[in-house]
Design a binder for this molecule. Sequence first.
Ligand SMILES: Cc1cc2nc3c(=O)[nH]c(=O)nc-3n(C[C@H](O)[C@H](O)[C@H](O)COP(=O)(O)O)c2cc1C
Length: 314
Amino acid sequence: MSITLLSSPLQGFTDFRFRNAFNHYFGGIDTFYAPYIRFNNKLVIKNSYQRDLKLEHNTELEVIPQIMTNSADEFLFVVDYIQELGYKELNWNLGCPYPMVTKRGMGSGLICEPEKINHILNRVHKETDILVSMKMRMGYENPEEILDVFPILDTYPLKNIAIHALIGKQLYKGGVNLEAFQKCIESTKHKLYYNGDITSVAKLKEMQTRFPSIDHFMIGRGLIADPFLPSMIKNNTTTYPENRWEIFREFHDTIYHQYDEALSGPTPIKMKMQGFWEYFSQSFSNPQKTFKKIKKANNPRAYQQAVAEILKNG
Ligand SMILES: Cc1cc2nc3c(=O)[nH]c(=O)nc-3n(C[C@H](O)[C@H](O)[C@H](O)COP(=O)(O)O)c2cc1C
């Protein structure tokens, strides 16, 4: 069965610079989700979100914008904004687990409020012709919460529901709950995408075997940790290209230069690249030692030296 791979958004990581460089050097991803747009009281779309969604920054790829909100007005505002840019679909984030978000009834904190979800979807479908897709966890407190939402979701022509098979209060701990995901498959008419802990070709195969009806898989952290993973899944191989580290180096240098240009001063670029290396380091034989080397590099020259040393040893 042919499968579709989607890049699951990571705020602070998978912006247009990352997406374009990723696509150029590694490929394997069919569609990229942009990290969520979120408002801070005012109905103004932050410059960083605007830059991220600009069409000229996304010419090579299929990108789907995302919103995180519990307000129909905010949703409608973003629909207008992205439709003007030419986008046809908006993804709704009901997955974010962080208390700052969930305590305000957003992200996975909204899953336990089916009526509110209904109200928003009702207005969006009455007042616009945008295609809506969802990205959800299975609940905040327990994985049954989503089962009360499906009857409402089933009344709307959603494109799909991507499910990160965890609950909000787990944050990122404890691993995915595959029995609960199976229950989701049996409880909605919508097309489901699987998301959660795909970190290797073997893991993807395990999920395919376990859920034969699923043919769309979203990869988040695993794609940053090992950017070759999507193309290896697509090519059904566990063998890396011979020039693996050369390709990685070129990719690294591309994003480094772009972020260095966009951010001002040595500290922001250090923090940005350090964030990436928390994931990249997992591809190296000693992740902790690798990450430590990056953390210790206190100026751009030391950083470049650390990267060269890490890549020499592979
Ligand atoms: C730092 C970070 C930022 C994230 N930002 C977003 C986001 O903007 N939108 C979203 O839907 N999910 C976001 N997620 C969740 C991921 O997209 C993904 O659903 C989750 O990590 C599970 O997939 P994985 O196990 O393949 O990483 C974020 C996760 C992390 C760790």
